[in-house]
Design a protein around this ligand. Sequence first.
Ligand code: DGL
Length: 266
Amino acid sequence: MVLVMPKHILIFDSGVGGLSVYKEIQQQLPSEKYIYAFDNAAFPYGELTESVLIERTTHIIAQLCSLFPIDIVVIACNTASTIVLPTLREKLSIPVVGVVPAIKPAALVSKKIGLLATPATVKRSYTYDLIKSFAPISDVQLLGSTRLVEMAEEKMIGKNVDLKELEEILLPWKETVDTIVLGCTHFPFLKSEIKKVLNNNVLLIDSGEAIARRVTQLLGTIERGGQSEQKGEVYCSAPTKNEEALNKTFRELEFSPLQYLDYPKF
Ligand code: DGL
């Protein structure tokens, strides 16, 4: 039998949100080598200027590409993807996959859509172009919230989600939308709570599975062996007081303990 070495997949986000995308990719490609990197020094990305976003993302990705033989980069962050993809694709000779809010599939099933994203994503012309192209006859309401991103981060280190607070954030959408596009990779981790506060009356759509399909298509579906037992590696850009709780989450997802990138403090 010919053993095919695992491919190295680099997944990047500002925080733990990209793990929702990792889970989908890992399900389709369980034998690959995963490197997960997050820029916690500059979290949240939804509050950054475009130039800072480009600078940080390209610097961190370049650093990891020099440490590992990366085969594909997944920018598992809608906020960064709306801005950094052209620069990254120009600099790298490997495929770079980004995450786009799932407006297109949502418009196929609904005319009353809510786009839940970061404050930056809901302002970007990229998002408006997406709506114009794929949902021209739908009513698309936009809601940008950094607090929701923080709530997802908190959940991933074992804290309870405050349902009252979540309900207040989503109040404008009670009865007004029937489909919500989760346009931030942190939000799939809040799916059950979002459904609960909206009385299960909504369809939630995210881009994770589509991204995983795209990555599989680009890498091919050859059965790989060799180092399939290898754990994934996680890097972040600043020390965190939540290291122990984060490591528990990473362990459950088959990653080794957190390591630190060499990057100046934000
Ligand atoms: N997970 C990110 C996204 O998909 C960004 C969250 C943030 O750092 O504001 O947009």
